[in-house]
Ligand binder design. Structure first.
Ligand code: HEC
Length: 188
């Protein structure tokens, strides 16, 4: 079973949702009191905004230069990720990253990367901005390519020696690529 379905996590999530709802209500109240706003923070400079612009799109736009293979990624994963995600991304306390077996059509599907994620580039994007959980933003581009290659390899999507770089990563076809329905919502 994927950790996402774990009842304890659901409980934690709803606690944080309640907390942010309480915050949002507080904000509404103080906005009514002061038309000028709370005077928190400052505008980003264009350079600071650029440093936060980390988006990688399904077609590969936004991928930085760099490269890596699963062989290189394995060592990094053991050092920086296995403590939470388990050996080879199976088990331990955090989300399972590989080894899912129950298909999406089953009663309790495993939503691991190889069974669920439609685009390989999302592994790069998410890992670069959010992982490791205790030090996000600390990985070099080569490290993120290597870790992405390793997770694709452990999910049986690519070979151990296949290099992932800005050209090859967007070309990886994920098994569930066609399992999502696109919705063209118009922004108002
Ligand atoms: C301190 C614990 C911790 C460490 C270390 C850590 N992770 Fe995570 N990771 C988590 C948790 C918790 C989640 C679930 C976060 C969520 O659902 O928002 C997660 C989620 C993920 C996901 C998304 C999984 C999914 O299916 O939604 C990926 C990919 C991932 N981590 C990769 C990595 C990689 C690669 C490393 C090593 C560089 C790493 N993590 C290190 C705790 C950790």
């Amino acid at each position: 079973m994927s950790m996402r379905e774990h009842p304890k996590r659901r409980h934690l999530f709803s606690a944080s949702v309640l907390a942010s709802m309480a915050l949002a209500q507080g904000n509404v109240a103080s906005a009514a009191e002061s038309a000028t706003g709370p005077s928190l923070g400052h505008a980003l400079t264009p350079q600071q905004a650029q440093r936060q612009a980390l988006n990688v799109f399904p077609d590969g736009r936004g991928l930085p230069p760099g490269r890596g293979t699963a062989i290189e990624g394995r060592t990094l994963f053991q050092q920086k990720c296995a403590g939470c995600h388990g050996d080879a991304g199976r088990g331990a306390s955090a989300e399972e990253l590989a080894g899912g077996k129950a298909p999406l059509t089953s009663a309790s599907p495993d939503k691991t990367i190889g069974l669920y994620w439609p685009y390989a580039t999302t592994i790069f994007d998410f890992t670069r901005r959010a992982m490791p959980l205790n030090a996000p933003g600390s990985l070099t581009s080569d490290e993120v390519y290597a870790l992405t290659a390793y997770l694709l390899f452990e999910n049986r999507v690519i070979g151990e020696r296949e290099e992932m770089n800005p050209i090859t990563l967007p070309r990886v076809r994920m098994p569930n690529r066609d399992g999502f329905i696109g919705v063209d919502a118009k922004a108002r």
